[in-house]
Design a protein around this ligand. Structure first.
Ligand SMILES: [Zn+2]
Length: 430
């Protein structure tokens, strides 16, 4: 397959300054006073009339019910937005997205890397549309785990500059090693390809470009190939973890048990998918503070869209079997006290359905409050942005959403986000 020779001219210039810190928000509006019936602060639900005053893109102060009722915020000149019946929440965070992944209607094949479009500029336009859908669904931050041609760095800058609406993007760049089907890489790594020097050099290269994460395929595996053969040794992965530290982290795609064992022993920060985790490995994950991003809903999405995606016979059964393994892994991880992060693995036309993952975490045994924490406070911790996003508190970014009702009683409300504010800007109103 031909690899596009051109790069976005802008990319080189844009790759300079994307640390894992929050991006600057453009042209922030004046103050806004939000009122609602209750508030989920990222950890707990606070019932009763609440007020939140937003100024200069941040939460300035909040009025929460106390023993003597709710104190009133006096904010002359502030725009008032009343959301009766609604619950305010921190903007959701999706820990696993692929904004650039497309489905080609012409070749009837997945487009992971921009191949069929021929130009990363066109991929960037497609990704911008996906980013807007994601934001309107209430996701004000995403961790991008795989994009070609540094499109996600460029998109993050474009969003940051106010050129196009989208979530804050914390990115991992292209997956290493890249997907199968590319002529310019060996797949799977044959043992000579995967040396410690090679993987360390790759981690340094990504961090040097401004990525905060390196996504490594530690095992083979998609829903269609669940063999989960491990690729890198513990020592090779540990080299990448060291090269990325202290300001970057490794996310490891692990579909088999042995790959997960190696990744956990190497000290990666998150295990993606994590099918077939046993008791010993989840115990180690809990002890070392390693996050699990189980990506449950996307398997159902594939099952629902299998005919359109032209999957071969038996795809439903294979997807259901993998789904069961991932549910079992989540059950063991939760029992062991592993931090479970909410990541949708949104691809193709799934962008904007990201909140389904919150619902599916509850199907796998998390309580609604735990699932909401997973998409807010836990993910903020994963991204090392605690106190800045994923919480409603003074000084945090004014990333605030609202749903019509109490999502701790009806978790399905997370897919009915009625109000979205990002960095003090109203993106969506009821
Ligand atoms: Zn993924």
């Amino acid at each position: 397959m031909m690899r596009p020779a051109i790069h976005l001219a802008a990319v080189a210039a844009l790759c300079l300054s994307l640390a894992p810190a929050l991006h600057r928000d453009h042209a922030v509006a004046g103050s806004i006073l939000l009122t609602a019936d209750r508030l989920f602060d990222g950890r707990v639900l606070r019932e009763g009339p609440v007020q939140v005053l937003v100024r200069d893109g941040k939460i300035e102060t909040m009025a929460l019910p106390g023993a003597h009722g709710t104190p009133r915020i006096d904010a002359p000149g502030a725009e008032r937005i009343d959301l009766p019946g609604h619950t305010l929440l921190p903007g959701f965070i999706d820990a696993h997205t692929h904004l650039t992944y497309l489905w080609s209607d012409t070749t009837h094949a997945p487009n992971y890397l921009g191949d069929y479009l021929g130009s990363p500029i066109v991929v960037a336009f497609e990704a911008a549309r996906n980013a807007e859908k994601t934001l309107r669904a209430g996701f004000t931050t995403v961790r991008q785990l795989g994009a070609s041609d540094d499109v996600d760095l460029a998109l993050a800058q474009a969003i940051d500059r106010g050129l196009t609406p989208g979530p804050r993007i914390v990115a991992a760049g292209a997956i290493y090693p890249p997907f199968p089907g590319r002529a310019d890489i060996r797949w799977p790594p044959d043992g000579t390809a995967a040396t410690r020097q090679e993987i360390v050099a790759k981690a340094r290269e990504y961090l040097g470009k401004g990525y905060a994460w390196v996504k490594i395929y530690e095992t083979s595996g998609t829903w269609d190939d669940t063999t989960g053969v491990p690729y890198y040794t513990r020592d090779e992965l540990a080299g990448a973890v060291e090269a990325a530290a202290p300001r970057g982290w490794v996310a490891a795609h692990c579909m088999g048990l042995e790959g997960a064992r190696r990744a956990v022993a190497a000290g990666v920060r998150s295990i993606e998918h994590g099918s077939r985790l046993d008791r010993a490995v989840v115990r180690d994950m809990a002890r070392r503070g390693i996050f699990l991003v189980p990506t449950l809903y996307h398997l159902q999405w594939y099952a629902d869209h299998g005919a359109a995606l032209e999957y071969g016979p038996g795809y439903g059964d294979r997807l259901a079997a993998l789904q069961k393994e991932q549910f079992d892994s989540v059950g063991r991880a939760r029992a062991a006290g592993v931090k479970i992060a909410c990541g949708s693995d949104a691809v193709y036309s799934m962008h904007g359905e990201n909140a389904q993952e919150i619902i599916w975490l509850t199907k796998a045994g998390l309580t609604p409050v735990e699932a909401l924490r997973s998409a807010t406070a836990v993910n903020a911790e994963l991204l090392d942005l605690e106190g800045e996003i994923g919480c409603l508190a003074p000084h945090a970014a004014a990333d605030i959403i609202a749903v019509p009702g109490d999502p701790t009683r009806d978790i399905n409300l997370v897919s009915r986000v009625a109000f979205v504010m990002k960095g003090g800007h109203v993106v969506r109103r009821p």
